[in-house]
Design a protein around this ligand. Sequence first.
Ligand code: GDD
Ligand code: MG
Length: 202
Amino acid sequence: MPENDRLRNIRKETLSSAWYTLYRYDFEYRRSDGRWESRQREVYDRGNGAAVLLYDASRRKVLLTRQFRMPTFVNHNPDGLLTEVCAGLLDGADPEAAIRKEILEETGYRVEQLEKILEAYSSPGAVTEILHYYLAAYHPGQKEAEGGGVPEETEDIELLEFGFEEILEKVRNGEIRDAKTLILIQYAALFGPLRPVAREIQ
Ligand SMILES: Nc1nc2c(ncn2[C@@H]2O[C@H](COP(=O)(O)OP(=O)(O)O[C@H]3O[C@H](CO)[C@@H](O)[C@H](O)[C@@H]3O)[C@@H](O)[C@H]2O)c(=O)[nH]1
Ligand SMILES: [Mg+2]
């Protein structure tokens, strides 16, 4: 484990490796006032992931997923169902290959161009994950399979299309409660395909 002038004596212990891995790190951290301090942090490692906003500019629609998320059910989501962009774990693949596979498995579409827009840590106080964010155009002619996820992996994913204005309203009124989905829709509204059509100067 690399150390530096702020970080020394790093020790790592595995607390759980039942599905993904939870570690505890003990280390010394040099505070900004120069004092060395002992710290302990739990770090959950489930690998990195990729997420994509699928949009159809000619029909002004986005394609989202809805599925049961147990962690939300135990934290103030009464039926546990969450509306999200298509996303998945990399499972060792490169991000672009992983998201193409995920789009096909979850939505049944085979898209052409993927536009990488950013990378971000999902929950940096506790989780190692970096999420790779993409935009991709889709249209009905690209539908190759039913989608819905891989039943053997117990995925059971409903597909939902929303109009551009409808999804922006759902962001505004708080109905969208998944961070990666909010990031992608807001990015698309600021810089991408969901940008309001510029008004002509009179
Ligand atoms: N048995 C079992 N299966 C699990 C467990 N945790 C996840 N799985 C299964 O592992 C698969 C992961 O599916 P993906 O589509 O690859 O990942 P995801 O759960 O959609 O993750 C995406 O969204 C997350 C939440 O926003 C992101 O954190 C992640 O990076 C990715 O973008 C799913 O079939 C899920 O049921 C577990 O503890 N036990
Ligand atoms: Mg997924």
